[in-house]
Design a protein around this ligand. Structure first.
Ligand code: G16
Length: 541
């Protein structure tokens, strides 16, 4: 076990950990808060990520500094397992306890608890922790990176830890590079991998595109820089792709009136500076701030906005993969399934189960839950949250069977599995997956959209004095606290045809989210207002 020098750790702790008397929660995707409070979080998180690496025999663990869809003043941290997925959930309570000891207790109390944790997880003498770091384009990210590396280097000693810092990356790029576990790999390797996967499926100039132009709103985030690098060597007509909201060097513009979260919640086009004349033959998509989510949309000839969100993406993939499974004659041997959350539109679930006859599972919000379910229940597990966060997981059995089969559809299945970033939702890789699917099916955005019609829906949020008062059960579809609120919510939505609503505390923002849907477009606002009133009144009493 690497010896820890308490004095050195104290000196670093004293210099970095300025936030006191504050309780942090490990949210849906890691710690997330106003950036000015995160010094202590970063200091402790870095050491724990290094300990996680030791428990994996010194394999690379990933740490991403980002607050994804949150506003510019926020930041956060996501920890990546050596296999590329998110930190094992069983570590979350411990890491939260240790982070909060640092802000609410003495250095000695924190140090002793950290030592106990370290000893309990460390068995071998000479395992050097390795980890990869990256950050998004937020102004606070370089300082928070410094807080993190200072903690790790103080704990283990500069020569006893291997830190590979990639600088600016999207979150899924860091997941992918962590999964590769190779010291010298960089974003170039990520790009080459997905460009090659694309080239195996795309026939080049002979291929007829079912859209004229592709407009990509990158939320003024890191996705813009990374997409620009990607498209340089991407076998796709460059004059057909246009980046909007690409000002990642101006962090104050990040996610403001643009990006996947804005488009999904507002049901409208993002703001952008280009005066492009929108055409129904064009396809649009929006990334979020760290490019791990994507939603698509288009405008019809009556200038009506049509959203093609995470549900629409998973149904598109389910339809396409089911077709390929059938053509390859592997359908009876490989189990295809879709994983959703309570936010999934009721008609999307109906379409998948009744029309495609594909099984659907429902989990709590948070890709870690969906990922686990897709992995454990299906050979081809498509998981998407309605907000556009998702990917597809292909089992070992899938890989073996498609490689053994030489028919055209089996080959296509194999190549398609390579175009997907299986570590986590990835806006760039998902974009490639959707484009190649549309091209293969010869579907326009309208063809895609008309497979089923979304129930009118509204996702809003309300700020309450204490969001932890809201506790849920049944995959977050029902509230158990505040006591008595759930029956009122049910009485309310039952008055509306095909009415449904649920309320849950956000794990990334200081807010309570309210989801509503019903069959009548003209009544959805009324339903949402009534539920919001119930929520607000429940915490007044
Ligand atoms: C994160 C999670 C997603 C989740 C989203 C919103 O996304 O990775 O799984 O849907 O937060 O979560 P909540 O409703 O709890 O605020 P991102 O893109 O912000 O990292």
């Amino acid at each position: 076990m690497i010896e820890v020098n308490k004095e050195k750790v104290y000196a670093a702790f004293d210099q970095i950990c300025k936030t006191k008397n504050y309780n942090f929660t490990y949210g849906t995707a890691g710690f997330r808060d106003h950036a000015i409070r995160l010094d202590t979080v970063m200091f402790t998180t870095g050491i724990i990520a290094a300990i996680r690496s030791i428990t994996h025999g010194g394999k690379y663990t990933g740490v991403m500094i980002t607050a994804s869809h949150n506003p510019p003043q926020d930041n956060g941290v996501k920890i990546v397992e050596p296999k590329g997925d998110m930190l094992l959930p069983s570590w979350e309570p411990e890491i939260t306890r240790l982070v909060n000891l640092a802000s609410n207790n003495t250095f000695d109390a924190w140090f002793d608890a950290m030592m106990d944790f370290y000893k309990s997880k460390t068995t071998s003498d000479d395992v050097i922790p390795h980890f990869m770091l990256a950050h998004d384009s937020r102004e606070s990210s370089p300082h928070l990176l410094h807080c993190l590396t200072t903690g790790v280097e103080a704990w283990f000693g500069v020569n006893n830890v291997k830190i590979k810092c990639h600088g600016l990356l999207t979150t899924p790029q860091l997941h992918f590079l962590t999964f590769l576990q190779r010291e010298n790999d960089s974003v170039k390797d990520y790009n080459t991998f997905f460009q090659n996967a694309w080239a195996n499926l795309y026939k080049g100039d002979d291929e007829e595109l079912p859209f004229d132009n592709l407009y990509v709103d990158t939320a003024n985030g890191i996705g813009s820089r990374q997409l620009e690098l990607f498209i340089k060597d991407w076998k796709f007509p460059n004059d057909r792709i246009h980046i909007l909201n690409g000002d990642y060097q101006n962090p104050s513009k990040l996610n403001i009136d643009c990006g996947a979260d804005f488009v999904k919640t507002q049901h409208k086009l993002p703001k952008h500076e280009t005066n492009t004349k929108l055409s129904p033959r064009d396809l649009y998509c929006s990334f979020d701030g760290d490019a791990d989510r994507i939603v698509f949309y288009y405008q019809d000839s009556q200038e009506k906005f049509h959203l093609l969100d995470g549900d629409k993406i998973s149904t598109l993939f389910a339809k396409f993969l089911q077709k390929l499974l059938h053509e390859s004659q592997l359908g009876s041997q490989l189990k295809l399934g879709v994983v959703q959350t309570a936010y999934a539109n009721g008609n999307s679930t109906k379409y998948i189960t009744d029309k495609l006859c594909v099984p659907v599972s429902c989990t709590k919000t948070g890709v870690k839950h969906l990922h686990h379910e897709a992995q454990s229940s299906y050979d081809i597990g498509i998981y998407f949250e309605a907000n556009g966060h998702g990917t597809i997981l292909f089992s070992e059995k899938f890989q073996q069977l498609v490689k053994m089969n030489t028919n055209h559809a089996a080959k296509k299945l194999y190549h398609f599995s390579q175009i997907i970033n299986q570590t986590v939702g990835d806006a760039i890789a998902d974009m490639l997956g959707v484009l190649i699917t549309l091209i293969s099916l010869k579907w326009t955005a309208h063809d895609w959209d008309k497979e089923y019609q979304d129930l009118p829906n509204l996702l809003t949020k309300v700020i309450v004095p204490d969001r932890t008062l809201f506790e849920t059960t049944d995959q977050e579809r029902k509230l158990v606290k505040p006591v008595g609120l759930q029956p009122k919510i049910e009485d309310c939505f039952n008055k509306f045809e095909q009415g449904r609503s649920f309320v849950r505390a956000s794990g990334t923002e200081d807010a309570v989210r309210i989801y509503c849907e019903c069959s009548d477009d003209s009544k959805i606002k009324l339903l949402s207002t009534e539920i919001t009133e119930l929520v607000v009144n429940s915490v007044k009493q």
